[in-house]
Ligand binder design. Structure first.
Ligand code: DGY
Length: 323
């Protein structure tokens, strides 16, 4: 029996690539360079499955093909707002993602960012490395206490809940939750959390706000100047979701004029390009999209794509089907 043909758009962990080679007629992207829309169109005509990730813009232009060979996009990652949903539906493509296996590691990075910005760890590290540190003193790089404060979580899916677990049980934080749908009381009770009706109700009550909602057009600029103004003076904003959820121009204003205490970002609008204005803000911590970047999570994400593919090619509905 001929094996299905599969294109992997970026390098994946070795163990997963080895398994892919055993199970499929696989083409790997040895150069690890993102494909262009025309390369995607060509691939959709040649492969049974394409395995993209967040750095691949699979927009309407890339999906502008007739009678494609491709039947499934097995996305490596939980977020899939880089895939144009209406165009994928028009072509009757199946799209899968990789939930669960990265939730703990992404929440770990969100907590890392929260602690870094509150305790001015980025500023301190820059000072030590540049040789500017003159020694301990009572007024040096004084930050904000984290334990016992109030954390607002926007989007209470798997990653939001892992963040709540860390903040509540590790740091005794009070948890407020804003989510599109109602969360069952027994789930909220696990974290001593309260669900609020709207983000506008939540922001004025929080010392920290952490974003865990999907990206894409619906949530583009959910956090804008008006909402940043609703945050407490001195509060902190953390984003491990998608860059477009924050209006970065408005964030720069809030950071520059000190209307909030600081921000910490793992994701950026139009990444890997970083707005030069963000680079000027000292009260901002920035990481290069490291949320799921552990050996364990990255391997598990790959094996989860393999599970979805084997279900699909065996005629079963893949467990992580999102389209
Ligand atoms: C995710 O899983 O969505 C991560 O951001 C990487 O794509």
């Amino acid at each position: 029996m001929t094996k299905p043909s599969v294109l992997v758009t970026r390098r994946w962990p070795e163990a997963v690539e080895a398994q892919l080679k055993r199970d499929y007629d696989v083409t790997l992207n040895k150069a690890d360079r993102p494909l262009t829309p025309s390369e995607f169109r060509e691939a959709f005509g040649r492969f049974d499955a394409v395995l993209p990730t967040v750095t691949d813009t699979i927009n309407a232009e890339a999906l502008d093909v007739t009678a494609p060979q491709v039947k499934i996009l097995g996305n490596y990652g939980v977020g899939y707002s880089h895939i144009c949903e209406p165009a994928a539906r028009d072509l009757s493509l199946t799209v899968t993602n990789t939930p669960d296996v990265l939730s703990e590691c992404t929440a770990d990075i969100a907590m890392t960012l929260l602690l870094m910005v509150a305790r001015r760890a980025g500023e301190g590290e820059r000072e030590v490395r540049s040789g500017r540190w003159t020694g301990w003193r009572p007024t040096h790089l004084v930050g904000t206490k984290v334990s016992g404060k109030t954390l607002g979580i926007v989007g209470f899916g798997r990653i939001g809940r892992e963040m709540a677990r860390r903040a509540h049980f590790g740091f005794g934080m009070t948890i407020l939750v804003q989510n599109r749908s109602r969360i069952a009381p027994e789930i909220l009770a696990q974290f001593g959390a309260e669900q609020v009706d709207s983000i506008d109700d939540m922001l004025p009550r929080c010392d920290f706000v952490s974003l865990h909602c999907p990206g894409g057009a619906t949530n583009r600029h959910l956090i804008n100047g008006r909402r940043l103004d609703q945050m407490k003076p001195g509060a902190f904003l953390i984003n491990t979701a998608r860059g477009e959820v924050i209006n970065e121009h408005d964030l720069v204003q809030a950071l520059t004029f000190g209307t909030i205490g600081g921000a910490a970002l793992d994701v950026f609008d139009g990444e890997p390009r970083i707005s030069p204005d963000l680079l000027q803000c000292d009260n901002l911590v920035m990481l290069p999209h490291l949320g799921s970047a552990t050996r364990e999570a990255r391997e598990a994400m790959g094996f989860r794509v393999l599970d979805n593919l084997s279900d699909f090619f065996a005629g079963r509905d893949p467990r992580d089907r999102v389209i």
